[in-house]
Design a protein. Structure first.
Length: 477
């Protein structure tokens, strides 16, 4: 019992608290309360409880309120729990150590570890960033269209290698960031790249060429463009102007116009020195390039890949997503790492929503202000993240022949013989599918190129697109 606490707390606290594990201090709002007591009960050590538990809430010496626990959650110690007042046996037998869910999640933001606690797992990354003073990322549409909220995360590409991916932070619940590395526009500016250029010393090449090439007017869209260009800078598959347009298709600018922005991108990408010429955007026609850029190209402001801390960060990262659990005020988030665990969690939480890229559920959160009580991420389940070719399967033609009942059906069937087929896990992103299959299936590549934007494809999954049956979910052939 801490010194100075009201005396009436003493008996209950001393009698009960050994069963619980205080983990943090925070303000508390009752998730289902009509008690209107949250504000007056201050804050204090957290007490995990389960659905069905009953407790007594002692507001003052005289007033005691019953409290049904509707969801496992965090309850303040000032909620007094006394067996003689009607708390259930189950509650007292509750094994806090065993059933405890973390009220904290961690991720890396701009090279520094960040702890997230005391907020809903449904909070979007954009809300989190701006609420913590990183207001570079903007909210334009809150539905994944304008790109003003873009940030970069480290993700695995289709070959399992770490890579930067621009994503819409307005759609991404912060719980999905557990264990990830995030770069916001503020982190890009403080890159400490050794570019010998006075006041622009700390700007990344994509920022410097935007500034020097007048790629920004009101600036509202600029942080988002910077993050998309940042991803593009570290991609080695942008070879043409079409590729560049594709990279920027998820960012809208209402006042500068796109020409200076494209020029800035071309210039920045040309500064990548040691990644080989194949990584450059081929301008084709020098008259397209403003003269200031032509001069820059001959300057010595070339950033060596080896000096680039972001490239170094990629080399050090394995981009592996481990298991995660987080909860606040009865809202829960799980990220299992096996199919068996995923199925178990779904069984135990039948109302839980499965979530992967959050391009659909993120809309519900950002635009319809929904709070999902339980979210289960599919992003770390190996079987669902797999994209592989399976050899030696029965050819599609033979299977079709088996199922064809008449020669007429056979005649109408477009029969091809395949000796192998691709298996795409439900949580594989459209970008991974594009990277892996567009060459072999050009029609698929053409379709994906006009599907959403780069940021959306970096998160949206084939499985999610099918099961949400979104009216804009037209990835299925
Ligand atoms: Fe427009 Fe996020 S705010 S895409
Ligand atoms: Fe104003 Fe792009 S600079 S919206």
């Amino acid at each position: 019992m801490a010194e100075g606490e009201p005396a009436f707390l003493a008996p209950a606290v001393s009698g009960v608290c050994q069963n619980f594990r205080p983990v943090q201090k925070q303000f508390f709002g009752f998730p289902h309360g009509n008690l209107m007591l949250g504000a007056v009960f201050f804050q204090i050590a957290t007490i995990p409880m389960e659905t069905g538990d009953r407790a007594q809430v002692k507001h003052t010496q005289e007033s005691v309120y019953p409290l049904d626990i509707h969801a496992r959650g965090i309850y303040v110690r000032h909620v007094l729990l006394r067996q003689e007042d009607g708390c259930s046996r189950e509650f007292f037998d509750y094994d806090a150590e065993k059933s405890f869910m973390a009220g904290v999640l961690e991720f890396n933001l701009n090279g520094r570890p960040v702890r997230v606690e005391g907020i809903s797992p449904n909070t979007t990354l954009l809300e989190f960033l701006r609420g913590n003073g990183l207001t570079g990322s903007k909210e334009g549409c809150a539905e994944g269209d304008c790109g003003a909220c873009s940030v970069a995360i480290i993700e695995r590409d289709a070959d399992g290698q770490p890579t930067y991916r621009a994503v819409n932070s307005c759609l991404m619940p912060v719980c999905l960031l557990a264990g990830r590395e995030v770069v916001s526009v503020e982190g890009i500016a403080n890159s400490e790249l050794r570019t010998p250029n006075s006041e622009l010393r700390n700007l990344h090449p994509v920022q410097r060429t935007m500034a020097e090439g007048y790629g920004s007017q009101c600036g509202y869209c600029t942080p988002g463009f910077i993050c998309s260009l940042f991803e593009g800078y570290y991609r080695d598959d942008l070879h043409t102007h079409d590729d560049l347009d594709d990279q920027l298709a998820g960012n809208l600018c209402r006042c500068t116009g796109y020409r200076p922005i494209r020029d800035a991108a071309i210039e920045a990408f040309s500064l990548r020195s040691s990644r080989g010429n194949e990584a450059q955007i081929k301008s084709g026609d020098d008259s397209e390039t403003p003269s200031a850029f032509a001069k820059l190209r001959h300057d010595k402001h070339v950033v060596s890949y080896d000096e680039d801390i972001f490239a170094e960060r990629l080399k050090k990262s394995d981009a592996k997503l481990g298991a995660a659990e987080y909860q606040f005020a009865g809202e829960k988030f799980f990220r299992p790492t096996s199919l068996a665990e995923l199925l178990r969690l779904k069984r135990e939480n039948p109302d839980a929503r499965l979530i992967a890229g959050a391009t659909e559920l993120g809309l519900d959160i950002a635009k319809r202000f929904k709070k999902f009580p339980t979210l289960i991420s599919t992003e770390s389940v190996p079987e669902l993240k797999e994209i592989k070719v399976v050899e030696g399967v029965a050819s599609s033609s033979s299977r079709r022949r088996e199922s064809a009942h008449t020669s007429e059906v056979m005649a109408r069937t477009d029969v091809h013989d395949y000796e192998s087929e691709w298996h795409i896990g439900a949580a594989v992103t459209l970008t991974e599918i594009e990277d892996k299959l567009a060459e072999e299936f050009p029609a698929l590549g053409d379709m994906l190129r006009v599907f959403g934007s780069r940021q959306i494809r970096n998160r949206a999954t084939m499985g999610g697109n099918l099961v949400t049956a979104s009216p804009i979910g037209d990835s299925a052939p």
